[in-house]
Design a protein around this ligand. Structure first.
Ligand code: DHB
Ligand code: MG
Length: 229
């Protein structure tokens, strides 16, 4: 299933576009996070390096000051997002306390821990609390939201995030293509979570979205990208 051309293109292009010199996060920092996450027994489901770079560039395009991530895992995508600028702040939500402590160690090693706030809890509980703090003026709005957690709640997270962002912000949902199963009405729970978020974004007047299919080291999948009007 994995086509060797996909990894070859990722390795070739990143070696030129994200070389060890003059880049942040450094390939060594990223590799440390990946290896430590594996050593600590977490699943190998973080975004691929090229996807992490894509997230960093998206954050730069919207000039993000505050970023919200749902689903920290070992903090690999968090490190990419935190590297968008030296003063960007990331709030990241993780339900699993072991994952959160591995992420904290990885973020410290990457020297971004002081700009990342890990909220321990389920997104479905934590996001409404954050939304209330934003509504009450106790928390700054976000400009980029990356959703990469329990797929069944994808739409819930997008819907809640809309109330927490500035106009022109971007909401990105990971893993909506699912090896091409997105159009399958009879797909599994992950496919249903992807279909619900695609269909609801499509009928929501507050959003304008597109699915970008990706291949590479993490096989065939893709992002839903939505701009908040
Ligand atoms: C799974 C979750 C992810 O967020 C991902 O990027 C890949 C796989 C999973 O739950 O299997
Ligand atoms: Mg994912």
């Amino acid at each position: 299933e994995q086509d060797p051309r996909w990894t070859a293109v990722d390795h070739y292009s990143l070696s030129h576009l994200h070389p060890a010199s003059r880049t942040t996060p450094s390939p060594a920092t990223l590799e440390h996070a990946r290896a430590n996450t594996e050593k600590e027994g977490l699943p190998d489901i973080a975004v691929a390096p090229s996807q992490g770079k894509f997230l960093k560039l998206q954050a730069q395009l919207v000039k993000a000051k505050n970023i919200l991530e749902v689903g920290t895992l070992g903090g690999y995508s968090t490190i990419w997002l935190a590297s968008a600028s030296p003063d960007v702040k990331v709030t990241t939500v993780e339900v699993n306390s072991h994952h959160a402590s591995v992420a904290r160690a990885n973020l410290e090693h990457a020297a971004v821990a002081d700009r990342v706030d890990i909220k321990l809890g389920a997104g479905i509980d934590v996001l409404p609390q954050l939304a209330e703090e934003v509504r009450a003026g106790k928390r700054d709005k976000f400009q980029l939201v990356f959703i990469d957690a329990d797929k069944e709640n994808n739409w819930n997270y997008v819907d809640t995030a809309i109330g927490m962002v500035d106009p022109g912000s971007v909401i990105i949902v990971d893993n909506v293509v699912r090896k091409g199963q997105l159009p399958n009405e009879k797909g599994d729970a992950g496919v249903q979570g992807a279909r619900k978020v695609v269909e609801n974004v499509g009928r929501d007047e507050r959003l304008d979205g597109v699915v970008v299919q990706t291949v590479g080291e993490k096989n065939y999948d893709g992002f839903l990208i939505a701009v908040v009007k």
